[in-house]
Write a protein that binds this ligand. Structure first.
Ligand code: ASP
Length: 358
C-alpha cells in the first residue's frame, strides 16, 4: 500500500488502471470482512475524518462516516445551516477551523465545481498536510460514486475476481442527464480506464455530442493520460440504438436543481422516450438478466419504472449503496496511508478486525 500515489482525491482522470485495481482490491477485502457485533478495524485509530457537506446528501455523507468509524477513526461532521457560515465566515476559514482541530482527511461536497481542488491549492500554499477527498463538486466529479459503481459492476461480472479486468470489453449504457451529472463524468473516466465501452443515451440537450471526446481532454495541470488504452464512448439518441448488446444500464437522475433553462418538454415525455422499464430492458438482448444501476436519489417512474427499481433480478441499486461503505473505507485508508508515507506505516495488523472499540 506504500506505493499509493495520491495524497488527495479530486477526480478519477488522474487514476491509472493500477490505481483502480488497488481501490477495488482493498474495497473487496473490506466488503468481505465480518463487521457485525461492533467489530472494527484499527487502521485509522487516532485519525480524524471531517465531513464538510455544503450541499445536501443522504448516501455519500453517511456512507463516509460509517466507513471512517469502521476503520476506528474519529469522525466530525460540519452542518452548514447551524455553522458560522451564516455569520459571514468564509469557506476557507471554516475548513481551517477543522484543520486546527486536527482533521487528517476532509471529505468535501459543494454545489460549485472546483471547490475541492481550490482547497487543495490553499492547503498546499499554507503547508497543511490534511488530505482532501471530493464528495461531489458541481457538475465535475464524484469519485467515490464512480468507484463504487465500478466495484458493483465488477462484482456482478466476475464475483471471484472483481478487478478492472472484469470490465474489459463490456458495453455499459449511461442513460439520462449526462450534462449535469458528476456521476456520469466520474464513470466515464473509470469505465473507459478499465477497458469498457460506454454508450451515452439521451436528448442532445442533456447529452451533447461533445461527450464523445470527453476522455480526450486531461484536467488542468495534467500533462498526459495515465491510462494507455481506454474504452470508447458513443452517443445515441434513442434507447433502441443504445441498448442492443449492453451488458449493464446505468440511469442518471434528471438534475432539475442544476438546469438553467427548459431542457425537457415534460417529465412524462422524458419517461416515454428514455425511462427504463422491463420491456425496454429486453432491447439489450441476451439470455442473462441485465443489471440496472442508479446513483440515487431516484425519481421513481421518471428515469426508471418503480417495478424495475424494486426488481432484485435486475436492480443493483441496493448493492451500490452497500458497496459504498467498503469503497470509502478503501479511500480513507489509502489517503491516510499516504499521510504517513514517510514514517510509521499502516501495516497489515491494522487491517485485522478488533472489537476493542464497539
Ligand atoms: N447522488 C449523486 C450526486 O450527488 C447523484 C444525484 O444527485 O443525482 O451527484
Amino acid at each position: 500500500m506504500s506505493g499509493w500515489p495520491h495524497h488527495h482525491l479530486i477526480d478519477l482522470a488522474r487514476f491509472s488502471r493500477e490505481d483502480f485495481a488497488t481501490v477495488l482490491g482493498l474495497a473487496q477485502r473490506f466488503r468481505t470482512l465480518p463487521v457485525s457485533g461492533g467489530r472494527k478495524l484499527p487502521a485509522l485509530q487516532g485519525r480524524l475524518v471531517t465531513t464538510l457537506f455544503f450541499e445536501p446528501s443522504t448516501r455519500t455523507r453517511s456512507s463516509f462516516e460509517l466507513a471512517a468509524r469502521r476503520l476506528s477513526a474519529d469522525v466530525q461532521s460540519f452542518t452548514p445551516s447551524s455553522s458560522s457560515l451564516s455569520k459571514g465566515e468564509t469557506l476557507l476559514d471554516t475548513v481551517l477551523t477543522y484543520v486546527a482541530m486536527g482533521a487528517d482527511v476532509l471529505v468535501v461536497r459543494h454545489r460549485c465545481t472546483g471547490v475541492p481542488a481550490r482547497l487543495v491549492h490553499h492547503l498546499r500554499t499554507l503547508g497543511i498536510r490534511a488530505s482532501v477527498l471530493n464528495g461531489g463538486d458541481g457538475l465535475h466529479s464524484h469519485p467515490s460514486q464512480g468507484l463504487l459503481d465500478l466495484l458493483t459492476l465488477a462484482r456482478h461480472f466476475n464475483p471471484g475476481d472483481p478487478g478492472p479486468r472484469a470490465l474489459e470489453g463490456r458495453r455499459i449504457a449511461l442513460v439520462g442527464d449526462v450534462l449535469h451529472s458528476r456521476v456520469a463524468r466520474s464513470n466515464l473516466w473509470a469505465l473507459t480506464a478499465c477497458g469498457a465501452d460506454v454508450v451515452l443515451c439521451g436528448p442532445p440537450t442533456l447529452v451533447p455530442d461533445l461527450f464523445r471526446r470527453f476522455v480526450e481532454a486531461p484536467p488542468p495541470g495534467q500533462q498526459e493520460d495515465p491510462v494507455a488504452r481506454r474504452g470508447r464512448i458513443e452517443v445515441c439518441r434513442t434507447l433502441e440504438e443504445a441498448l442492443p448488446g449492453a451488458d449493464a444500464v446505468m440511469t442518471l437522475r434528471l438534475q432539475k436543481e442544476r438546469m438553467r433553462q427548459h431542457l425537457l418538454s415534460s417529465l412524462e415525455s422524458y419517461h416515454r422516450c428514455f425511462g427504463l422499464t422491463h420491456a425496454r430492458l429486453r432491447l439489450c438482448g441476451g439470455s442473462a438478466p441485465v443489471p440496472v444501476l442508479h446513483p440515487g436519489p431516484v425519481n421513481r417512474g421518471v428515469e426508471m419504472s418503480g417495478a424495475l427499481l424494486s426488481d432484485p433480478e435486475h436492480s443493483l441499486v441496493d448493492e451500490q449503496v452497500l458497496n459504498g461503505v467498503p469503497v470509502r473505507m478503501a479511500l480513507l485508508y489509502l489517503l491516510a496511508a499516504s499521510e504517513v508515507a514517510q514514517g510509521a506505516a499502516l501495516d497489515q495488523s491494522s487491517l485485522n478486525p478488533s472489537s476493542s472499540r464497539p
